[in-house]
Design a protein around this ligand. Structure first.
Ligand code: AMP
Length: 222
């Protein structure tokens, strides 16, 4: 069923998963699947699923596993993921990781990139983060779009995410430690974890990711 390059990005909020996922997806010519973007689109469209997810997202809580797993399972059944995909923001719990294994059986994941970054750096990144309401592209108050808060990619409005409040940021980082960080061991045990230092420029980190993937699977995706 799924037979291409399957990459997953792990890392604290603010580690740069979204930014790097877009680049990695373009590099390998595969879709970028971000559960956060899918949920924000559903909230903006006012779908039933969006209404279910909204309160959890605003509070910085995780959307319940059964809802998230259903959405990702449906997405992974689409034709365009047969050549592989980059998952960004999923899985975030052990139950989600186990469900993903079932969906991908017998192929599994090719590489799990763990973007490592100290907490004080992500706090600065998240509090200054701004995002496009249309396409989700990320900016920072120190690296704004070229035209006054209009997205360079699609021209949409660039604003602060409603879940980037100080309380929500701290809560999400705590949840990352308790729920998501244990997946580092989960994927180490499966022999697919690649640790990448996520401090540096976007270009430097991207090169580290591609080098890490190439060093383990040569040539990946063939
Ligand atoms: P993100 O853009 O990845 O930071 O996700 C934004 C929000 O969407 C998170 O704070 C959660 O409320 C929700 N969310 C995204 N992905 C997941 C997931 N895999 N499991 C549970 N909740 C999620």
């Amino acid at each position: 069923m799924i037979s291409g390059v399957r990459i997953l990005l792990l890392g604290k909020q603010g580690a740069g998963k979204g930014t790097q996922a877009v680049r990695v997806a373009a590099h390998y010519g595969i879709p970028h699947i971000s559960t956060g973007d899918m949920f924000r689109t559903a909230v903006a469209a006012g779908t039933e699923f969006g209404r279910k997810a909204e309160a959890f997202m605003e509070a910085g809580d995780l959307v319940p596993d059964d809802i998230v797993i259903g959405v990702v399972r449906d997405r992974l059944a689409d034709c365009d993921v047969q050549a592989g995909f980059v998952l960004d923001g999923f899985p975030r719990t052990r139950a989600q990781a186990e469900a993903l294994e079932q969906v991908l059986d017998p192929f599994g994941i090719d590489a799990v990139i763990d973007l490592e970054i100290p907490a004080d750096i992500v706090l600065g990144r998240l509090s200054g983060r701004r995002a496009c309401v249309e396409c989700g592209a990320n900016y920072h108050i120190d690296a704004p779009p070229k035209e006054s808060w209009l997205c360079d990619v699609c021209g949409g409005k660039v604003v602060q995410r409603t879940d980037d409040t100080p309380e929500s940021i701290l809560h999400r980082l705590e949840l990352y430690e308790s729920e998501t960080h244990p997946l580092v061991d989960f994927y180490t045990d499966r022999g697919v974890l690649l640790v990448v230092e996520a401090d540096g420029s976007v270009d430097e980190i991207f090169k580290r990711i591609v080098d890490a993937i190439s060093s383990t699977r040569e040539p990946l995706g063939t």
